[in-house]
Design a protein around this ligand. Sequence first.
Ligand SMILES: CCCCC/C=C\C/C=C\C/C=C\C/C=C\CCCC(=O)SCCNC(=O)CCNC(=O)[C@H](O)C(C)(C)COP(=O)(O)OP(=O)(O)OC[C@H]1O[C@@H](n2cnc3c(N)ncnc32)[C@H](O)[C@@H]1OP(=O)(O)O
Length: 219
Amino acid sequence: MTVDAQPVAELPDPRDFGFTVVHREELSDELLALVEDARALNDAVAHTDVAPEALAQARAAIAAATETLNGARRPTGAMVAGRDSRGRPEYGTIANIVAGPVNPAAPPLELAHTDDGVRGEVTLNGSYEGPPGLVHGGWVAALLDQALGSAASAAGMPGLTAHLDVDYRNPTPLHNPLTVTARVTGTERRKVFVSAEIRHNGELTAEGTAIMVQLMLPS
Ligand SMILES: CCCCC/C=C\C/C=C\C/C=C\C/C=C\CCCC(=O)SCCNC(=O)CCNC(=O)[C@H](O)C(C)(C)COP(=O)(O)OP(=O)(O)OC[C@H]1O[C@@H](n2cnc3c(N)ncnc32)[C@H](O)[C@@H]1OP(=O)(O)O
């Protein structure tokens, strides 16, 4: 039997599939502030040039913080629930490496719905460096992949990336606002064709296309 990619009226509730779901409003200001601090910490560690005594001091402080934070852990796969700009439920993994609101390694890329897809602004700090002063190409691909997946999801066809093509058109700078957009361009059976771009000051730095395969969820 062939199943066609069809938008679902409402995304399925991940709780029905055994996933932990946290509502975005339940994330405390304290946690969100800690995540911001940890993002700054990543960048600081990546660039510090202080003396060994200061490094030892920092390590002790970080070890104590790690122990405190491990006092209670969410399960891997926990999801965050929010409402999209049209008021419909949307879900993402809470620790998603690109968009997760509580993952300090995520820039994070926050995407909102547009008339024809999704759009977001993001600035990557020095911990995403590849070539000098530039975003690592793997991270450029990760930003595109996330936006491509979100565009399919926003169109009611959440799925997994089966195939991803990336063209690097111009260097993507660190420490500068980047605009990321993505949209669905077509469907064929369970395949959802999506296209995305990254721009800096209006100039195209990278573009990508993907084939997402729509999730088959038990009804
Ligand atoms: C579970 C409940 C949760 C509730 C969900 C609620 C909301 C959704 C929430 C979140 C999702 C939203 C956003 C996600 C955003 C970003 C995430 C970023 C994206 C990723 O980070 S994602 C991780 C990387 N990704 C993988 O980890 C995939 C590994 N992979 C597989 O899991 C399988 O490979 C799979 C599933 C892809 C297909 O497997 P399958 O068995 O289901 O389907 P099958 O093989 O039959 O292919 C069907 C049709 O796709 C064609 N096709 C397949 N592969 C192709 C390829 N490579 N190139 C060209 N075409 C291809 C076939 O040719 C056929 O086409 P045709 O119809 O023409 O014959």
